[in-house]
Design a protein around this ligand. Structure first.
Ligand code: HEC
Ligand code: HEC
Length: 324
């Protein structure tokens, strides 16, 4: 313990023994029996290499840096020489990956799905997989190489990583069965979602730095309360301007999220069968469940700033849609 600390402090050559004896492990040495006085001891720290920055440690050797520098760039920079076929990958995958990710990449239990899902990203339940989501094939190689199989990261040879990556690409219909992946062709593989990423363009992530006329920090309040309901919601306003009834505007703003498509089995707007029983139970009950929440539906559809009148207008609008 103390010896280790001395290695850390080489450069000064002098260590306060007490500092490391706080850890009971080296209680027998140094401080014991000194009545708690700080004892300064001098010893020779083994000098392995010249001291690095700040007088600590040593400069990292090329071999040490190479051990950490394993990232692969989208253009293929960093890939080691080698290659592997889909066919070889199939066997390795079955052996080392299928137990968690499934023979077809469908995911076993709650382990990640790594194939399929293409075209689902804009749906309400997007399935993000290697094929549907990842922009670059290089990430696949890098990820498998550094992190998989889950229990034995970095246990695969480079050629095995090429072969398994090829097979995962094959499972995603991105290469044919006779394909062989290598350091020269990996960067040329086009992933379906490569153009799906962009720099966040929402206004609040690009705020200008404030140098003059800034807000008084004391006046800024961080709150989890919904905005007060007096000020009409701009969305509601603009919808009203567009000629919609208040009920329809509220519906669009607060209810359509679920009732347009049936999220969480919400009865879909205008679908009579879905509403028959509820209509039979009566408007009052429907209003009460909308205000108080029911099953998956949160109170007021989650928009607590809405008044009861707003909700009633929306419910009436929803009922009207069944009449046509
Ligand atoms: C013991 C179960 C297990 C095994 C075996 C396993 N994985 Fe995984 N894999 C996981 C888990 C858990 C994650 C999620 C890790 C995380 O998010 O930190 C994961 C993540 C992944 C991902 C990223 C998924 C994503 O979309 O984020 C890929 C790709 C992957 N594994 C490939 C493989 C390959 C190839 C093998 C075989 C060489 C393999 N895995 C073996 C459990 C496993
Ligand atoms: C997060 C999804 C979600 C939102 C948002 C939502 N609902 Fe619902 N709604 C549901 C679900 C799910 C049900 C079916 C609940 C059940 O029967 O267990 C439902 C049921 C209803 C019913 C029938 C209630 C009954 O007693 O049978 C009405 C009326 C209704 N919603 C009105 C609204 C109105 C008005 C809004 C907007 C202010 C709204 N909902 C917003 C999910 C939602």
């Amino acid at each position: 313990m103390c010896r280790f600390a001395s290695g850390f402090l080489k450069g000064s050559r002098v260590a306060l023994v007490l500092a490391c004896c706080v850890l009971a492990a080296c209680g027998g040495e140094g401080a014991a029996g000194t009545g708690g006085e700080i004892q300064v001891t001098e010893f020779n720290a083994p000098v392995v290499q010249p001291a690095g920055h700040y007088g600590y440690g040593s400069d990292a050797s090329d071999a040490e840096i190479a051990g950490w520098d394993i990232d692969i760039r989208p253009d293929g920079l960093g890939l080691p020489p080698g290659g592997g076929s889909v066919e070889d990958g199939e066997l390795l995958y079955e052996d080392q990956c299928a137990i968690c990710h499934g023979s077809f990449g469908e995911g076993v239990g709650r382990y990640p799905v790594i194939a399929g899902g293409q075209g689902t990203l804009t749906e309400s339940r997007p399935e993000k997989t290697v094929g549907s989501f990842w922009p670059y094939a290089s990430t696949l190689w890098d990820y498998i190489h550094r992190a998989m199989p889950f229990a034995e990261p970095e246990s695969l040879s480079d050629d095995e990583v090429y072969a398994i990556s090829a097979y995962v690409l094959y499972l995603n219909d991105l290469v044919d069965y006779d394909f062989e992946l290598n350091q020269d062709n990996l960067a040329s593989i086009e992933m379906p979602n490569k153009d799906g990423f962009f720099v966040d363009d929402r206004p609040d992530v690009n705020n200008e730095l404030c140098m003059i006329n800034c807000k008084d920090p004391a006046a800024i309040e961080i709150t989890s309360e919904p905005a007060p309901s007096e000020a009409p919601d701009p969305q509601v306003q603009s919808a009203a301007v567009a000629g919609k009834s208040p009920g329809e505007s509220i519906y669009q703003q607060a209810c359509a999220l679920c009732h347009a498509s049936g999220v969480g089995d919400a009865p879909i707007l205008g679908e009579r069968d879905a509403w028959a029983e509820r209509i039979a139970a009566g408007r009052d009950l429907m209003i009460a469940s909308s205000i108080d929440g029911k099953g998956v539906m949160p109170p007021k559809g989650g928009q607590l700033q809405l008044s009861d009148e707003d909700i009633i207008a929306a419910v009436d609008y929803m009922i009207e849609q069944l009449a046509n």
